[in-house]
Ligand binder design. Structure first.
Ligand SMILES: C[S@@+](CC[C@H](N)C(=O)[O-])C[C@H]1O[C@@H](n2cnc3c(N)ncnc32)[C@H](O)[C@@H]1O
Length: 306
């Protein structure tokens, strides 16, 4: 069967929802949805068939069991089945509704009509198989940090009465391109967006078109920090990077090459207990950790060079 996907269904105690979602993300699932079932929660996750063998699913089941036992909660049940691509797209999309994030953003699924009136900046999204629907705490922390960082940049939609230096941003691990689009709507001049997953780059291109963004304002390519330097040819003003802590720690030394003396950065995808390790790596590489924002068990570090 070509283009088949695993649909995983996990029924767990509501208190376990976040840790189940985290396990699924770590397991590289390409889309998740959860719904309440009384005191329980039904989490569905989807991933391409080639990406997991039955043995991997059995291992996932063991991890879920361990996580529950560690906190003294009932062990979740995990069921799985193969579905075709069309069913995957439909099953997942029906759960996704427009969502307000922070003070400025509204995320609108591409297949739903736009609101008739809103004062919010609307990001239209169809992430396809890429990460970045806006409903994950790590993405939300980044969008809210961008709001804070770019609050004094005149938005391209509100006129340009105040003359400011054009702001160039790097989005490392762009997924659906949600953060790049958010930064542009907040007034950034240009974003370079990279991801090691070619499907994420495709998704960023389609979402760029969906949001009527000119190709020269959002440049995307497969790769990581080194690709930013190739694309931009010089350091950037701001960096946003929502990847897991271990990857961030590895990438931090390379980021010096894309930073100016006054570059700021937003690092997310960090579990609270990993924040010290990430902050230490950043400080050892010349960054000043200014603030830590937390949501659920995740946190986001807002840092600067000077
Ligand atoms: C958690 S998702 C973030 C997506 C989106 N930026 C958001 O905030 O919702 C992390 C993304 O980083 C990508 N990624 C993982 N390791 C990477 C690396 N070393 N360099 C660049 N991208 C990476 C993954 O493919 C994935 O699309």
């Amino acid at each position: 069967m070509a283009n088949t996907w695993w649909e995983l269904q996990i029924l767990c105690d509501r208190a376990l929802e976040e840790s189940v979602l985290w396990r699924l993300e770590d397991f590289s699932s390409r889309g998740t949805a959860s719904e309440s079932k009384g005191n329980s929660c039904l989490v569905k996750a989807y991933l391409p068939r080639f990406q997991a063998q039955l043995l991997d699913l059995a291992a996932l089941s063991l991890w879920l069991r361990q996580d529950a036992l560690c906190v003294g909660l009932p062990v979740p049940t995990l069921n799985w089945e193969l579905i075709d691509e069309e069913d995957w797209a439909t099953s997942w999309k029906q759960y996704w509704k427009p969502e307000k994030i922070g003070d400025r953003f509204l995320i609108n699924p591409a297949w739903l009509p736009l609101p008739e009136t809103t004062e919010r900046l609307v990001i239209r999204l169809d992430p396809g198989v890429a990460f970045g629907t806006g409903n994950h705490a790590t993405t939300q922390l980044c969008l809210e940090s961008l709001e804070m960082r770019l609050s004094d940049v005149p938005s391209s939609f509100v006129g340009q009465s105040v003359k400011k230096e054009p702001l160039v941003i790097a989005d490392i691990g762009c997924g659906s391109g949600i953060l790049s689009i958010g930064a542009l709507l907040l007034g950034a001049e240009k974003v370079y967006a990279v991801d090691t997953d070619p499907l994420a780059v495709q998704s960023t291109f389609s979402n760029r078109a969906l949001n009527d963004i000119k190709p020269e304002r959002l440049v995307s390519a497969e790769g990581s920090v080194d690709m930013i330097l190739k694309l931009a040819g010089q350091p950037v003003d701001g960096i946003v990077c929502n990847i897991l802590a271990d990857v961030i720690i590895q990438l931090v030394p390379e980021m010096t090459a894309i930073a100016k003396p006054n570059t700021w950065a937003i690092f997310s995808g960090i579990l609270l207990e990993q924040s010290k390790a990430v902050a230490d790596a950043l400080e050892q590489n010349g960054w000043i950790v200014a603030t830590l924002w937390k949501r659920k068990e995740w946190c986001c570090l807002n840092v600067r060079r000077s």
